[in-house]
Design a protein around this ligand. Structure first.
Ligand code: F6R
Length: 365
């Protein structure tokens, strides 16, 4: 079943051109610039009337919500909350009848997420499921939903589900904001860019040989790795750090780039690998300025940037900055491409360390 791959995780990473295509199939129409989601059709009036959207999920699924949040805020112009399911159920959150709650889960069976869903149902909210496993508890309990159609995820690490959840959440935002005249051009730009994503993921996968080298030369002996991202890329930093801990057993943190100045800078030295997301968007200049502070401390930088970005090669540094170049897409989708090198890094690091990547020593996974 693994075909030419050694592990399910590697196979599932390589399935992403196809799985991102599958989640859009019959839903994203680039000729009319529309997104039609059959699973939401009967609830569109209630959904478009929402006063607030709350996304609830666990771990990687939570990270996909963080990735999608900024585009919801921009397109829908209502408050958007993202909640980790276990924290959500620890609090007595205020949920109202005009709230729309989106539950995101690969398995559709995560106990905390189901618990949170039942709480929202009892409080009268309209609920949407974004689930991979058809017929699962979350898909049955929610009012309406969008299936990921990503096929079974056998490796313990969620990889293809993350990118499919991300695409599904963006599609929901595009569908719910269809009435907004002021957003027509922005929506068109995103819809056109979505159709290019599967092929762009293929391009990113070609980085594998450089990633193997990076693992051998820079990362294999390391006990800690930091990921820095901000704006659309904060979710990429969180997801990179989760994969690193879960699969490669390397202590890792995903940090808001701007929080560098609030403590993290003090641990920067010329050993600790720091992976920074510096792909092109409106806040790239701020990222560049943070990177310069890391450089001033001779930090061990690995930069994820767009193809052809000469910024980093031109920087005068005592040691070369390693760059991983990914194709450019629209800002709110860039995380779909940026996350692929992280999946490959955590996979190859685990393989080099002899870890059984398709299993985990974390019993909750
Ligand atoms: C991470 C991973 C898990 C899940 C989490 C939620 O790679 O696989 O941490 O993200 O258990 O699972 P679902 O998405 O099934 O609700």
């Amino acid at each position: 079943i693994k075909g030419p791959y050694d592990h399910f995780m590697q196979k599932e990473i390589y399935e992403q051109p196809e799985t991102t295509e599958n989640v859009m199939r019959g839903r994203v129409d680039a000729s009319t610039n529309r997104v039609v989601l059959g699973g939401l059709e009967n609830w569109l009036t209630e959904l478009r009337r929402a006063r607030r959207i709350i996304m609830v999920a666990s771990q990687t699924s939570y990270n996909s919500c963080v990735a999608a949040r900024p585009i919801y805020e921009e397109l829908m112009e209502i408050p958007i909350n993202v909640e980790s399911a276990s924290d959500f159920i620890d609090r007595d959150c205020c949920i109202f009848r005009n709230d729309v709650c989106i539950f995101v889960s690969q398995s559709g069976e995560t106990a905390d997420t189901i618990h949170a869903l039942k709480y929202c149902i009892n409080n009268g909210a309209v609920t949407i499921g974004v689930v991979n496993s058809s017929g699962s508890s979350i898909s049955r309990l929610t009012d309406c939903g969008v299936y990921l159609n990503a096929g079974p995820e056998k490796g313990v690490a969620s990889t293809k589900s993350y990118t499919s959840q991300y695409v599904a959440l963006v599609m929901i935002a595009l569908c719910l904001s269809e009435d907004s005249v002021s957003r027509i051009e922005r929506r068109k730009e995103i819809i056109q860019a979505l159709t290019l994503i599967p092929n762009q993921i293929k391009e990113v996968l070609e980085l594998e040989p450089s990633i193997i080298k990076l693992c051998e030369n820079e990362l294999e002996k390391q006990e800690t790795v930091f990921f820095f991202g901000r704006g659309f890329q904060f979710a990429s930093a969180l997801e990179g750090a989760s994969k690193m801990k879960e699969i490669s057993y390397v202590y890792s943190e995903g940090i808001l780039t701007d929080d560098l100045k609030r403590g993290a800078l003090s641990v920067v030295d010329n050993v600790l690998p720091i992976i920074v997301f510096a792909t092109k968007d409106a806040i790239l200049p701020k990222v560049v300025s943070s990177v310069e502070q890391i450089m001033a401390r001779k930090g061990n930088l690995i930069i994820i940037c767009n193809k052809g970005d000469k910024t980093w090669k031109q920087k005068k540094q005592p040691r070369n900055i390693v760059t991983l170049e990914v194709p450019q897409t629209v800002d709110c989708l860039q995380g779909l491409l940026n996350v692929i090198p992280l999946q490959l890094i955590s996979y190859w690091l685990a393989v080099k360390k002899g870890i059984g990547v398709d299993f985990s020593r974390d019993p909750a996974m």
